[in-house]
Design a protein around this ligand. Structure first.
Ligand code: 6PG
Length: 244
């Protein structure tokens, strides 16, 4: 397994700015090389600044948004206008400012969560042209990490962590008492690139446990993310990195 690449930035704004530059560069290269760029965006708070920067002309102007397909890493099972909705955050920070023609929203508000997940997987596979029997390969996946080492909506001890048949599935999160829909580990690990964005003192313990594990076996969900295309990249601020 390639050694994770760890980049410690002076501030979380510097972290977000570099992530925006990397996203923009990867998108330009992919569109130039293959006529398309596909990326999956996480929710939560950390990536919001990145999405706001991506909406700024500095990073968005050079991009051919008609050739870029944006997906969600995961979604809370709430309406899209709910304050907890990842889609709402992405819409407010990014989509409402840009001519993004291809945003693939997870319809996690649907009562039939399995059907919603299956519909999303079909859309993902169809858009990427994934051959039968293979995992969808996204060019880039942007991930966050919780203070318990979860990533996407793959929480410690939750059923979706062990999903190896579906690319997208519902997941009951006991600690939150709520349902989520999430990309599964095989899809995260099939990605060309995975960039984790982790900031804040509350993440320091989990980050140290993930990047410098004491035992041989991975214990935390974020440790299980080992992208086939390249080493996982960790963009962190000093507060999150101080135990490394
Ligand atoms: C979500 C995210 C989740 C997030 C982490 C970190 O739906 O909440 O996808 O995996 O990345 O919980 O969240 P913060 O960035 O808010 O700390």
């Amino acid at each position: 397994m390639p050694t994770p690449v760890i980049r410690v930035f002076k501030t979380s704004d510097d972290l977000s700015r570099e992530a925006a530059a990397q996203f923009s560069g990867a998108a330009r290269e992919a569109v130039q090389a293959r006529g398309m760029f596909t990326a999956a965006l996480s929710g939560g708070h950390t990536p919001k600044r990145l999405y706001e920067l991506l909406a700024a002309p500095e990073f968005s102007s050079p991009l051919s948004w008609d050739r870029i397909h944006l997906f969600q890493v995961d979604e809370r099972c709430v309406p899209p206008d709910d304050s907890q909705s990842n889609y709402r955050m992405i819409r407010e920070a990014l989509l409402s400012h840009l001519p993004v023609n291809h945003f693939h929203r997870m319809e996690a508000e649907r009562p039939d969560r399995d059907a919603a997940a299956a519909t999303y997987e079909e859309d993902l596979r169809g858009t990427l042209g994934t051959p039968a029997g293979e995992w969808p390969r996204l060019d880039l996946v942007l991930l966050g990490m919780g203070d318990d080492g979860h990533t996407a909506s793959l929480f410690p001890g939750s059923a979706a962590l062990n999903e190896r048949r579906r690319a997208v599935c519902p997941n009951w999160v006991e600690k939150l008492g709520m349902w989520r829909i999430t990309l599964t580990l095989p899809v995260l690990n099939a990605a060309g690139r995975v960039i984790f964005l982790v900031a804040g003192e509350d993440k320091a313990r989990a980050l140290a446990d993930v990047l410098h594990p004491s035992g041989p076996a991975p214990q935390l969900p974020a440790q299980l993310v080992e992208p086939a295309g390249s080493a996982a990249e960790w963009y962190v601020d000093p507060a999150a990195a101080h135990l490394l």
